[in-house]
Write a protein that binds this ligand. Sequence first.
Ligand SMILES: Nc1ncnc2c1ncn2[C@@H]1O[C@H](COP(=O)(O)OP(=O)(O)O)[C@@H](O)[C@H]1O
Ligand SMILES: [Mg+2]
Length: 238
Amino acid sequence: MVESVDIPTVMSGPVLEIVDLEYVIKDRRLFDGLNMTIGAGESVAVIGPSGSGKSTLLSCVLGLAKPDTGTVLVDGADVMSLRRQALARHRSRSIGMIFQFGELLPELSPIDNVALAALLSRADRATAYSRAATLLDDLGVPRVETTDRLSGGERQRTAVARALINSPSLLLADEPTGALDSKTRDQVAEQLFALPGTRRCGLLVVTHDLTVAARADRVLELRDGVLKQADIAGVGGR
Ligand SMILES: Nc1ncnc2c1ncn2[C@@H]1O[C@H](COP(=O)(O)OP(=O)(O)O)[C@@H](O)[C@H]1O
Ligand SMILES: [Mg+2]
């Protein structure tokens, strides 16, 4: 029997729902019926060997890769059925993306890099810059003239700020600590995995680093085209 409980906040659907995703690339069955659901405030790590399709999975969530069958719902919207402009708008409102090497514009300052993402989503200038300043202060990024003066960890924190500026419901990260030394990796990973709790977003991190993956609420392994619960007992991530 299910007991009724008082739920203090409004129930909302998952921020990411992947159903029966199948994708054949060059005669290889890369995805053979993938399923995954992430709720607001929840973190999921996907591990898997190089070439298993982790980055392609994120491309499918962004609507950049077109799998053969299956459904990808971000914030309830089917990304594969959206036309180009609607997809771009939905992506910039609902998804924040963090890449392995930050992918910042090196000649711009950290605050310009972060504010730009808001300006592209049509925020007004004052709002974009004040939100960018707050995020960078929260994440401990110093005010420098150009991002190429930042350390690797500071660059990744700038990338995190940029991913957060439009208050996305889903954060995606592809090997976010792959270019960092282990101490910096731990600091960035700690900040990253705290975000679902503080900002109520869902977080999907793909990584081959088990100590990073172990910080997630759930760890899944991508292998032979399917996702399974990973067994990473004994890896000290926290
Ligand atoms: N657009 C594409 N065209 C052809 N092959 C691709 C394409 N995207 C990915 N692949 C191939 O799919 C496989 C999975 O790649 P990827 O998603 O980058 O794996 P991972 O991130 O797990 O290392 C690789 O063999 C890659 O070469
Ligand atoms: Mg990859």
